[in-house]
Design a protein around this ligand. Structure first.
Ligand code: CP
Length: 303
């Protein structure tokens, strides 16, 4: 039995197969409409979500399976003090596969160690968000055509943004990727990430002003400032609008630069940018369904 805790749990060859499957699902949805008949997905979400939970539920429904679960810790027995370990033992009797989001880093891993069914980490604190990374990689491969040879700017909250940490970890396995980290000093990418890049001798640059590097980027990965992970409201208010991507700033970008964002967006991309053909973030959310369909099929050994 296999779980997904980190994007590194899959080799690049396995990821390539997963993305081929996701692209086939996109082109031929009818072929997969009964692939999970009789199977049940449990979505155990101890933290709010729109995309991750609903795209998992949409994925399982589109595969012919069913969905059970909770979207709020307070509507589960966690509110009475039940442990994640006990919850997953019980869910193992109710479902065939589980997607779990939890505010505590490592909680899905604890669940996986006690589970009798595959567990997917759907986001744990500020740590990892592997299925968002699969979504990001599929989007890049499908729209840019390759997972090698590009410069990617990651902009915003690089300290608390788990999607950023997961994506960097995943991209270092490909060839000739240059990272540009764009953040205020308070929200710079953690030292363990830059130490890892130094050790692997992977090129990166850290800057504060987006305009300085805009013209160099093949991809710009915008992120929101993670309000829920701040200890003090004053700091959040001071930093929340540090970056706002506008049509004027987009004039500095390459003609084919892709704008990605894991969403939800707050203010960091102005809504006028949505009509720019380079804005790929809503298409990215759509790829999230195909890649989660491919992941469910793979972990249930139905692919
Ligand atoms: N991208 C993402 O994880 O969105 P949700 O928090 O809405 O699931």
């Amino acid at each position: 039995m296999r779980h997904l805790m980190s994007p590194l749990d899959f080799t690049t060859e396995e990821l390539s197969k997963l993305f081929d499957l996701a692209n086939d699902i996109e082109k031929n949805p009818g072929k997969y409409a009964h692939a999970c008949d009789g199977k049940i997905l449990a979505t155990c979400f101890y933290e709010p979500s729109t995309r991750t939970r609903l795209s998992f539920e949409s994925a399982m429904t589109r595969l012919g399976g069913s969905v059970i679960g909770f979207s709020d810790a307070n509507s589960s027995s966690a509110a009475k003090g039940e442990s994640v370990s006990d919850t997953i033992r019980v869910i193992s009797a109710y479902a065939d596969i589980c997607a779990m989001r939890h505010p505590k880093e490592g909680a899905p891993m604890v669940a996986a160690s006690r589970s009798l069914i595959p567990v997917i980490n759907a986001g744990d604190g500020g740590h990892q968000h592997p299925t968002q990374t699969l979504t990001d990689l599929l989007t890049i491969r499908s729209l840019h055509g390759d997972l090698n040879n590009f410069t990617i700017g990651l902009c915003g909250d690089l300290k608390f943004g788990r999607t950023v940490h997961s994506l960097i970890n995943a991209l270092v396995r490909y060839e000739n990727i240059k990272f540009v980290f764009i953040s205020p000093p308070e929200l710079r990418v953690p030292d363990y990430v830059t130490d890892m890049l130094d050790k692997k001798q992977i090129a990166y640059e850290e800057v504060i002003k987006l305009e300085e590097v805009m013209g160099d980027l093949d991809m710009l990965y915008m992120t929101r400032v993670q309000k829920e992970r701040f200890f003090n409201e004053e700091d959040y208010i001071r930093l929340k609008d540090f970056y706002i991507l506008t049509p004027e700033k987009m004039e500095l970008a390459k003609e084919n630069m892709l704008i990605l964002h894991p969403l939800p967006r707050v203010n960091e991309i102005s809504v006028e940018v949505d009509d720019d053909p380079r804005a790929a973030y809503f298409k990215q959310a759509q790829y999230g369904v195909y890649v989660r369909m491919a992941l469910i099929l793979t972990l249930l050994e139905l692919a």
